[in-house]
Design a protein around this ligand. Sequence first.
Ligand SMILES: *Cc1c(COP(=O)(O)O)cnc(C)c1O
Length: 227
Amino acid sequence: MPTAAFAPIAERLAAVRARIAEAARRAGRPADAVSLVAISKTHPAAAVEAAIAAGQRVFGENRVQEAEAKFPALKARYPDLRLHLVGPLQTNKARNAVRLFDVIHTLDRPRLAEALARAMDQEGRRPTLLVEVNIDAEPQKAGIAPEAADGFIADCRARWRLAPVGLMCIPPAGADPAPHFARLAAIAERNGLKELSMGMSDDFEIAVARGATLARIGTAIFGPRER
Ligand SMILES: *Cc1c(COP(=O)(O)O)cnc(C)c1O
C-alpha cells in the first residue's frame, strides 16, 4: 500500500488528467487522444505504486539503469504497466532498453538505429519507436536536426527495417514552445507519423493544443525532484 507520504500523488494525477482533458476539449480533440506518460525518474517505486493505485499504468524514465532497478518488479506485479524511455540512449545500452521498455522516444542517430535493429532481432522484442528531433537545432542537445529528420526517418524504414510511429521533442527552456511544437507536428505530418511526444509539466496544455498524443509529465504528478 502507498504510504501517507505519497498521498498527494493521486490528487495531483487527477488534476493533471483534468487539465489535459480540458486542453483537449478547447482544441476540439477527444480527451482520449492524449496519453499521459507519468515520468517517475528519481522518485522511488513507492511513488510509482501510489500512481498505480490511482489508476495510472503508463510511466516514463530517462535512464536505463534507474528503470532496471525500479520497474522489473513492478511490471511483474502489474502486467498492464507500460514503460517508456524518454532520455538519451547509448548504443551499448540498446539491448537492455529493448528488453525492458515498451516505447523508446529517443531514436536520434544512425548508429542507434543500427544498434536497436540488432538488439530487437537478438531479443525477439520490438518496442514502439519515436524519433527525437532537436527542434531548435541547439548544438549541445540530443535529437536529429530538423532538416535531417525526413532523411533519417526514410533510412530507419529502408535500411534498418524500423517503423517509427512518431516524433518527440524538448523545446528550449524560456522560449514560447508553441512554434516548436507546430514545427514538430509538421515534420510528423509530412512523414506519415501519428504520434507526437511533446509537453512537460510547464507546457503540456500548449502541447495538447498543438496535437500532442503523448504528454510526458513528472513534476506536476510526483512533485519536485531532489537534485
Ligand atoms: C524529466 C523529463 C520530463 C518530465 O519533466 P517535468 O517538467 O518534471 O514534467 C519529460 N520529458 C523528458 C525527456 C524528461 O527527461
